[in-house]
Design a protein around this ligand. Sequence first.
Ligand SMILES: O=P(O)(O)OC[C@H]1O[C@H](OP(=O)(O)OP(=O)(O)O)[C@H](O)[C@@H]1O
Length: 198
Amino acid sequence: MSSLEELMTKAKDLHSEGHSSGQIADELSLSVDTVTWLLTQGKAGIAAPKDVHIDWTTVSSNSTLLGGISSMMLANFEAANEEEEGIDTVIGISVSGVPLATMIAAEDGLNLAIYHPSKHNPEGKIGSISGNFSKVSQRRCLIVDDCITTGNTLTEIVNYLRRHKSTPVGICVIFDKRGVREIEGVPVYSLFTIKRID
Ligand SMILES: O=P(O)(O)OC[C@H]1O[C@H](OP(=O)(O)OP(=O)(O)O)[C@H](O)[C@@H]1O
């Protein structure tokens, strides 16, 4: 089965389980337009939207490689922030941002916080900082996640932090599919920008 066929199968399976296009887009790290196309392909006769699916499980499933890419994320942030005030707390966005944030925090001896985005809370539809890890109020925070697709998750956490008297200093991601320099005024430090050239 090709990777496209695999994506279509996953999208259709999730759809048949009752997930909305938005939920499927989140689950597969694709745009809603791409999910719509995956679900209707062959019927609507519309061209595929410009989107890419990133599979980084070779790295995410290997703690040595995960440590290596976490170090790269931290070095990328520090290279651009030599002169500026530091950070004291690293926030991982659940789920994929958590192991990355944990390793970054451990490398520099920083506090670790975990953010659960609103999309993971279907009941209340609000995001939250886990009470089992560091607090974020009055802290200078580095936000860590694996990728930016629409930027909605990062916009949400930046606004959450500001509402809770926390200072978001930077955003570290591995992959940026939007090619953004900042989100809500917070600089983005990505290792890879994913762009299509066709
Ligand atoms: O820029 P956005 O459109 O908000 O999408 C990016 C988010 O989507 C993914 O999370 P998701 O919850 O789908 O996957 P995960 O649980 O594996 O982290 C990814 O890890 C980011 O947090």
